[in-house]
Design a protein around this ligand. Structure first.
Ligand code: FES
Length: 98
């Protein structure tokens, strides 16, 4: 299990995910606002934008970078949460929902 903390609207929502889950899947299971995951993780909607406060995820791909061009409030640590996959060695992850 990986502990995932979502910072959203000034609050922290604690959740748990399994290795192999994406942050988007964990957020959708928690029914968090603003994370729709409309395309199901197929990298075509950008409705899963978060700020990755924890490092250690795989680097931004060209395709993800292009899609991030479309999101409002883009920051240096902007990521599409469907591309942030939990791994066995991860313990505590923190992301902010714009
Ligand atoms: S869920 Fe569509 S791009 Fe992430």
């Amino acid at each position: 299990m990986v502990n995932v903390r979502f910072k959203v609207n000034g609050e922290v929502v604690a959740a748990k995910g399994e290795p192999g889950d994406s942050i988007m899947q964990v957020a959708v299971r928690q029914q968090l606002p603003s994370i729709e995951g409309e395309c199901g993780g197929e990298l075509s909607c950008a409705t899963c934008h978060v700020y990755a406060d924890t490092q250690g995820f795989r680097p931004l791909s060209e395709e993800e970078g292009e899609l991030l061009e479309l999101v409002e409030e883009r920051a240096d640590n902007s990521r599409l949460s469907c591309q942030l996959i939990l791994r066995e060695e991860m313990t505590d992850i923190e992301v902010t929902i714009p």
